[in-house]
Structures are given as C-alpha cells and as structure tokens.
Design a protein around this ligand. Structure first.
Ligand code: FE
Ligand code: FE
Length: 189
C-alpha cells in the first residue's frame, strides 16, 4: 500500500487505532483495580468489553482491505497511558484517585474520538461505506463513555472536595453522604 495516498493514510491511521485499542485493553483492568467507586470500576470494566468489540470491528475492516493490522505502535496512546499509570502509582485518597483516573480516562477517550473522526472522514471520501459505519459505531461508544465519565466526575469531584474538608475535621452531613458513590473501601478520616 502506497503511504502517499489517502487510502494509504487511511490504512496507516487504522493501524494506529488498532495499536491504541490494544494498549487500552491492557490498561483498563489496572484502572478498574485502582478505582474505589463501584460505578467507576464497573464503567472501566464495561468499556474494556466494548474495546474488545472495537478491536474486532477494526479486524473486520483490515480483512476487507486485505491488509494486516499490526506493525505500528500508537505513541500518543502510549504517552496517555503512561500518564494514567503515573496516576495509579500515586498515593491519592480514594475519591481524589477516582477524580484523577477519570481525568486520565477522558484524555484517552478524546484522543480516540479525534482518531476515529479522521478515519471516518477518509472512509467516506474513499467510498468505504461499510467501514465508515463500523467506525461510527465505535466513535459513538467513545463519546458515550466520555459522557458517562463526565457524569460520574460530578459526584466524585464533590466527594474529593469533601475528603479535603474531612481531613480538616468537618463532618459530612447526611444529605451529602447520600449522593456519594458506593466505595469498596472507605478510608476513615
Ligand atoms: Fe476505543
Ligand atoms: Fe475508548
């Protein structure tokens, strides 16, 4: 495949996405393990299953193109996931850790959304309609995941803010406690 054509670029960027998705399948279990909000952990686990399906879609597209998916490493995703690993290795309180995990995960989703947006546009110009529709399904999943993370961040950020005041010896009132997400382990201040 001549790289210096739109079709060549399309294949190269599909390979990049294939590498990115595969890297994500290795990172998500670690992010799930590091999350203490049950909802966040389940969200990561769900997205891991979705990601496996996204890899299958890419494999389908490569098969139709008569191309092999391997041979390229997505360095952008490698960097984003290194930052995520740094978060996991940090000594954060539960809710602060969850807030940082969400931030790292949203960077990943936005990077993916940019990548899928580009290949969808190429596929449309190239008349690769079936691939475009498969790629649009994946883009939708990335967008939904990003939105779920935004929703979750609202309560988790509020709780992270509460952890700070908890450390200052303030009691969390009952109304506030009710909106807080369930945690597998709540540290007692
Ligand atoms: Fe993905
Ligand atoms: Fe994703």
């Amino acid at each position: 495949m001549d790289k210096n054509t739109l079709k060549g670029l399309y294949v190269e960027e599909l390979k990049d996405l294939y590498s990115a998705e595969n890297q994500i399948t290795k990172a998500l279990p670690k992010m799930a393990k590091a999350a203490s909000s049950e909802e966040l952990r389940e969200g990561f686990e769900e997205h891991l299953e979705q990601t496996k399906g996204q890899i299958e879609r890419l494999q389908q597209i490569f098969e139709k193109l008569g191309e092999k998916p391997g041979g390229k490493k997505c360095l952008g995703m490698e960097g984003l996931l290194k930052e995520g690993a740094e978060v996991i290795g940090d000594d954060f309180e539960d809710a602060v850790m969850d807030a940082a995990l969400i931030s790292a995960a949203q960077r990943v989703e936005h990077y993916e959304m940019a990548g899928y947006g580009s290949v969808i546009a190429y596929a449309e110009v190239l008349g690769e309609d079936e691939a475009a529709s498969l790629l649009r399904e994946t883009l939708e999943e990335e967008k939904e995941t990003d939105e779920k993370l935004t929703d979750l961040s609202k309560e988790i950020n509020a709780e992270a803010q509460g952890e700070e005041s908890g450390a200052a010896g303030q009691e969390v009132d009952e109304d506030q406690a009710e909106v807080q997400p369930k945690r597998k382990s709540r540290k007692v201040a």
